[in-house]
Design a protein around this ligand. Structure first.
Ligand code: ADP
Ligand code: MG
Length: 260
């Protein structure tokens, strides 16, 4: 019989047991997210399609046309959510290719201009020579945008530096206990890390930050880190979080290093 999560296994350390519980919890969430994403897509497709048919009626008055536009806008939000759930469940298709890291960084800067407060500087440090990266460029960009957005949100006095590092990473033995997924410390990794000097993550919510819909923000949707997790899963990657309240956070996303 497989060990039940509520019976402590004496062979596991506390950290290993916490990680095992996290993975088990997420396996349940992922099953649910997969089902919801699929059904949501079907329902919204039907709503949007039928709305489009109604909107083609030339007899509609302005009010009815406006209602139709609102229905359509809600459908788009619904599709976006379904897409985020599909990303979290790693049910999307990744299209890996050799990524031009300089172009990726340029796109990251462009995509995050709007979320960075005026006095927050994004400092990007790419190893030289630029490390080869084989991944889905759109997904890796989405992952970095999520991490930088969270870092920007955490900068309480809205000033300071956010560091992004893209460089080879040599995993250490203790990383295996801190990583979200099982980590092969002997494998070659590439880190895409985002480090902020923000408010940090309180220890009592550390176990929940990757949960879908978990947010501590007034307007937070709580789908950023689940999306990051799904993208990493699609790439056989991993993530190591280090955070200290009122000091800052480092999110170290790891992707398998590509051979030269
Ligand atoms: N860099 C960070 N610094 C502090 N807290 C963070 C950071 N990144 C994530 N968090 C915490 O994790 C939660 C979940 O993040 P996320 O899934 O992106 O959702 P959202 O940004 O919509 O709240 C955040 O609400 C916040 O509490
Ligand atoms: Mg976020």
């Amino acid at each position: 019989m497989p060990p039940s999560s509520d019976i402590p296994d004496p062979l596991l350390t506390d950290a290993q047991a916490t990680r095992a519980r996290q993975l088990e919890k997420h396996a349940g969430f992922i099953g649910m997210a997969t089902g919801i994403a699929h059904d949501l897509n079907n329902y919204i497709t039907a709503i949007q399609g039928n709305n489009a048919v109604i909107q083609r009626n030339p007899a509609l008055d302005t009010r009815a046309v406006e209602c139709g536009q609102r229905i359509n806008a809600s459908c788009e939000l619904g599709f976006h959510l379904a897409n985020q759930l599909a990303l979290y469940s790693a049910r999307m298709e990744a299209n890996p290719e050799s990524v031009d890291v300089a172009a990726l960084v340029a796109r990251l800067r462009k995509a995050t201009t709007a979320v960075l407060p005026r006095n927050v500087v994004l400092d990007v440090d790419v190893a030289t020579p630029s490390p080869p990266l084989v991944a889905d460029p759109e997904l890796v960009l989405a992952m970095l945008v999520n991490l930088v957005t969270n870092a920007a949100d955490a900068m309480v006095d809205r000033r300071g530096l956010i560091h992004v590092f893209i460089r080879p990473y040599k995993a250490e033995a203790h990383d295996a206990t801190n990583a979200f997924f099982d980590l092969d410390t002997k494998a070659s990794w590439l880190e895409l890390a985002v480090k902020d000097a923000g408010l940090g993550i309180a220890p009592d919510i550390r176990d929940r930050i990757f949960d879908p819909f978990f947010s501590t923000k007034i307007r937070g949707r709580g789908m950023g880190l689940p999306e990051v997790l799904g993208i990493l899963r699609m790439h056989n990657g991993n993530i190591i979080v280090k955070s200290k309240t009122n000091t800052g956070t480092r999110m170290r996303a790891l992707l398998p290093a590509s051979p030269h």
